[in-house]
Design a protein around this ligand. Sequence first.
Ligand SMILES: NC(=O)c1ccc[n+]([C@@H]2O[C@H](COP(=O)([O-])OP(=O)(O)OC[C@H]3O[C@@H](n4cnc5c(N)ncnc54)[C@H](OP(=O)(O)O)[C@@H]3O)[C@@H](O)[C@H]2O)c1
Length: 247
Amino acid sequence: MKTVLITGCSSGYGLETARHFHARGWNVIASMRTPREDVLPQSDRLRVLRLDVTRPDSIAAAIAACGPIDVLVNNAGIGLFGAFEATPMTTVREVFETNVFGVMAVTQAVLPQMRERRSGAVVNVTSSATLAPMPLVAAYTASKTAVEGFTGSLALELAELNVRAKLVEPGYGPGTQFSANSGSRMDGLIPETYAAFAQRTLASFMQPSEVTLPTDVAEVVWRAANDASGSLHFAAGADALALAGSR
Ligand SMILES: NC(=O)c1ccc[n+]([C@@H]2O[C@H](COP(=O)([O-])OP(=O)(O)OC[C@H]3O[C@@H](n4cnc5c(N)ncnc54)[C@H](OP(=O)(O)O)[C@@H]3O)[C@@H](O)[C@H]2O)c1
């Protein structure tokens, strides 16, 4: 029986991905910053573990508690919407700390065991923002694009060890906690000059012709984790697939 470790399982895409792997008979380690037992089924194949991807001590403790991991899904992430000009560098760094350095640190902690066993896969969840530029998400897009470059290079060096690295690029998912969780980070990031444009942009975000469901992402993470074709990019959700197809 295979084991998957997923980061950021308290809500949204990560939570649904945990359910999906569990339903397919895997051992699931659903990690969360603040563990919640009530969001997932009770099962001897499902363990909720505390893991904050920005804290080295938390990563070390979690990986030590996990045992062998076949697939790591780096899903935890935070969003940011606002004018770049008005975004404090501390906020930019906060986004990179979770979305980029968190992904790198957890990956680095898991790789030694995959190298030793000469098997495994790392699936990094980025965003459809990497498929086509969108306004007012420059710092967020930069963080996800960094993970795209990181993963592409990593995939080549890990292939030598029979370990795979994959990218899952979800589209806009209004059904997750993503916007709510970005809340206070965005205070003051729309100065007057940008207000009308930001309003128009938000209005178009609110009326998308197609969206991504958590189940879309869970299914695609599953496919990426089990993929043996050598593909790197896996768009997830109707809107992301449309963007990927038009590139
Ligand atoms: N929803 C979208 O429109 C969208 C689109 C494209 C890509 N994505 C990406 O999809 C992934 C999942 O997002 P989502 O939409 O499911 O949003 P979500 O519901 O807000 O879930 C994000 C998860 O990440 C966790 N997290 C945040 N910081 C963390 C940290 N330092 N350590 C560990 N966990 C942390 C959150 O935990 P807490 O509950 O503790 O905050 C939460 O469980 C993210 O990487 C996001 O960038 C989302």
